[in-house]
Design a protein around this ligand. Structure first.
Ligand SMILES: Nc1nc2c(ncn2[C@@H]2O[C@H](COP(=O)(O)OP(=O)(O)OP(=O)(O)O)[C@@H](O)[C@H]2O)c(=O)[nH]1
Length: 313
């Protein structure tokens, strides 16, 4: 023991060293800054390793990038009560502008040994957790999309069509608007598969979906509701507008030629159209009536449009 150090002072020095050892061995940022001047008065080894030595600089100069003054997100005002006493701990998440990593920060106002109020922050790197959360969110979004999307064509699937159709019917009913449904079914599709193979059939269905998508307006609901069966719901359309749309689709599909292994494959569709003048017909009734109309079109000559009014309700 040096002559000029009393036993009390020696144990205090050892205590300080022990505290520093603990703080420097933490796998977390610990810093203390003056709440008035923002001077960074303590930074543990983790902090020095990632942000450098404070050298009497302010917290915003050391710990953030591009700051010319205190940070807009500084938490100091949350840490003190109106009477200047320490409020409760504030926990928040932040992506640091220097390391670009995410931290969970635990901020608290404490009284420093010299009497001034300081902020102590303990921040742990939660970047992996954030990445995992983002991946989970993306996977959930994809799963939700896939649950509503037809895998082959990217159109809405039957489930999504029914949900969207029900919403459209509710709205038409509320507003007393008309609403039309077109159901169309590829003609002699089995023979396309038989002649050219299932993969060629898949390609034809994809092209057919693309051509139909090109024709529809925003707000219309196009879906693949079965193997080679599609549906198009037209909110606000009357019988004449729906038949015109069906005819336009029929012609566009008739002109479609799918190239597969050097062979051009043509396809046509039979169209069934039905309309609810006031939105009071149920989706089920509309679908069954449009199916019936499409069936009639098949029975006639295929590659044509048939209109059937729904039963009066
Ligand atoms: N390639 C392919 N074929 C499919 C798919 N879904 C259904 N099909 C085929 O579509 C064909 C439908 O046959 P049918 O119901 O007899 O109807 P069609 O041959 O189109 O005859 P019509 O409807 O009477 O004009 C079947 O051969 C199914 O295997 C699919 O996702 N891909």
């Amino acid at each position: 023991m040096p002559f000029n150090v009393t036993p009390g002072e020696e144990s205090e020095a050892i205590g300080q060293e022990a505290v520093n050892t603990v703080l420097d061995s933490l796998d977390a940022l610990v810093y203390v800054s003056d709440m008035q001047t923002h001077e960074l008065i303590f930074l543990n080894a983790y902090g020095r390793q990632h942000w450098g030595v404070p050298n009497k600089r302010k917290c915003w100069e050391v710990l953030q990038q591009g700051q010319t003054g205190p940070c807009s997100f500084c938490t100091n005002n949350r840490l003190l009560n109106a009477d200047g006493t320490a409020a409760s701990v504030h926990i928040w998440e932040f992506r640091n502008t220097v390391t670009q990593r995410w931290y969970q920060c635990r901020d608290q106002a404490i009284r420093w040994p010299d009497g001034r109020m300081v902020r102590i922050e303990i921040a742990t790197d939660i970047s992996e957790l954030k990445d995992a959360q983002a991946e989970l969110k993306a996977a959930k979004r994809l799963a939700e999309e896939l649950a509503h999307q037809d895998e082959l064509t990217g159109l809405c699937n039957r489930r999504a069509f029914i949900a969207a159709g029900q919403r459209a019917i509710d709205q038409a009913q509320r507003l007393g608007h008309s609403l039309a449904l077109i159901v169309f079914d590829a003609d002699h599709f089995k023979s396309i598969n038989d002649r050219h193979g299932h993969a060629a059939g898949d390609l034809v269905l994809q092209q057919l979906a693309r051509v139909a998508s090109d024709q529809v307006r925003a707000g219309d609901i196009l879906a693949r509701i079965g193997g080679e069966e599609f549906a198009l719901l037209l909110p606000g359309a009357d019988a004449s507008a729906a038949c015109q749309m069906a005819e336009r689709l029929r012609q566009a599909i008739e002109q479609l030629s799918t190239e597969y292994l050097g062979v051009s494959i043509g396809v046509t569709c039979s169209f069934g159209v039905t309309v609810s003048d006031n939105g009071r017909t149920s989706l089920e009734q509309l679908m069954s009536q449009a199916d019936r109309a499409a069936y009639q079109a098949k029975g006639l000559r295929r590659n044509c449009v048939e209109l059937l009014s729904p039963p009066a309700c």
